[in-house]
Design a protein around this ligand. Structure first.
Ligand code: HSE
Length: 422
């Protein structure tokens, strides 16, 4: 069976898809009897014409040349961002073409609208490449785990932040030095704030929320905190306490509500997620009846991600990529109502009564301290007091920190990092 493809967006992933399609054409055909032909490629940057010449492909700078070509069956959108990607995808679906996209920001923003239009026009939207690059997590959840109740998701969904935290720990360097290394390696998004502030992981969590729970959450309901405030000091104290700090995307399903949040998290050092190093991604699922599952692999980069894009193209051609999840109306829990354990670091003067004041505030808000460490520092005015709490309500922790930070023997701001005892 011969199917014709149009590809829009010739960045790292776009170019890798074209090269991988060529390299693996024989294997795809042998395994599926499907022949894929790239009919036309498009990028607004004229200089990409050179790539088209190298690969002997027809090139245009106008996406309409692909959208309106009746011979093209599937459009691959690899531009990224909201517009013009959204208009292009909507036009394709209206024009009777299925779409493959890696665009997590767009799906998090407009997934509901896009999937409704696909359903109305009886077309498919493949989005395997939008979460965790090469890891086939979308297919796994939508097909392999179709009968499963996903009780919890803990994901390292952003390679850049994992790389930065890992380098800080292993090379004893500060945040800015580690970020510069990640950027030099070409890992970060064009706008690195999407990675660092947790928004890239946030977008991916929204997609997993749709897949696992049928909910496209409003962005404001998914609490998101990045890694910019994590100090080397916190990473090292966490290690002393047998924890490692990871940027986790977390979903927890309760009886009548859903927790969705992205933030730096202390996790036990011996949990497999703590061993995920460099820019690798991993997703841990706690499900019924499949139990606990862990998926690990490359979450970024053109070549690994091209595998997911091609898998979607083949899936659409063979009729195995029509996943549309029924929507549900489960409520998203406010972060202030969540309950957990916390790492707190206050920088305080080393003099009588400081610990008593801090403890008084914590006790007044029903926060019980599980452990406390104060390190003597002869040459500095403020010393770190590291506390691990028992389970407490987030709202109370916030109130406590705001009161602690008003004490004049404390240097602001105090650090708070959530703990997940996986
Ligand atoms: N910027 C992303 C990351 C890669 O660092 O994981 C693509 O999703």
């Amino acid at each position: 069976m011969l199917k014709k493809i149009g590809l829009i967006g010739l960045g790292t992933v776009g170019e890798s898809v074209l090269r991988s399609l060529k390299k693996h054409a024989a294997i795809i055909c042998q395994r599926t009897s499907i022949k894929l032909e790239v009919k036309k490629i498009c990028d607004t940057n004229r200089a990409k014409n050179k790539l088209a010449k190298d690969l002997s492909l027809a090139f245009t700078t106008n996406p309409n040349d692909l959208i309106n070509d009746p011979e093209i069956d599937i459009i691959v959108e690899l531009i990224g961002g909201i517009e013009p990607a959204k208009s292009i995808i909507m036009e394709c679906l209206k024009n009777g073409k299925s779409v493959v996209t890696a665009n997590k920001a767009l799906l998090a923003d407009s997934g509901k609208q896009i999937f409704n239009l696909a359903k109305k026009n009886n077309k498919s939207v493949g989005f395997e490449a939008s979460v965790c690059g090469a890891i086939p997590i979308i297919k796994t959840i939508s097909e392999g785990l179709v009968s499963c109740d996903v009780k919890k998701i803990y994901g390292i969904l952003n390679g850049t932040t994992n790389y930065v935290l890992d380098k800080m720990l292993k090379e004893n360097i500060d945040f800015n030095t580690a970020l510069k290394e990640a950027q030099d390696k070409g890992l970060a998004e064009k706008n690195p704030f999407l990675d660092i502030e947790g928004m890239d992981a946030h977008h991916k969590l929204c997609i997993l929320s749709y897949l696992c729970y049928g909910v496209w959450p409003l962005s404001k309901n998914v609490y998101t905190e990045g890694i910019a405030k994590i100090g080397l000091i916190d990473i090292l104290y966490a290690e002393e306490l047998n924890y490692r700090i990871k940027l986790l995307a977390i979903a927890k399903k309760e009886k009548d509500c859903l927790e969705l949040r992205v933030h730096p998290t202390l996790i036990p050092i011996d949990h497999p997620l703590a061993q995920v190093s460099l820019a690798y991604n991993a997703v841990y699922l706690d499900t019924d009846p499949a139990g606990e599952l862990l998926f690990y692999g490359e979450g970024a980069g053109g070549v690994p991600t091209s595998s997911s894009v091609i898998s979607d193209i083949v899936g659409i051609v063979s009729g195995n990529c029509g996943f549309i999840r029924g929507e549900s109306k489960i409520k998203i829990k406010n972060i202030k109502d969540t309950v957990g354990r916390y790492y707190i670091r206050c920088m305080a003067q080393d003099r009588p009564g400081v610990l008593a004041e801090v403890s008084k505030i914590l006790a007044s808000l029903n926060i019980s301290v599980a452990s406390v460490t104060q390190k003597e520092k002869k040459d500095s005015k403020f010393v770190p007091i590291i506390m691990i709490t028992h389970k407490a309500v987030e709202d109370n922790i916030r109130k406590a920190i705001s009161r602690i930070d008003k004490l004049n023997m404390v240097q602001i701001p105090s650090q708070v990092i959530r703990i997940e005892d996986l």
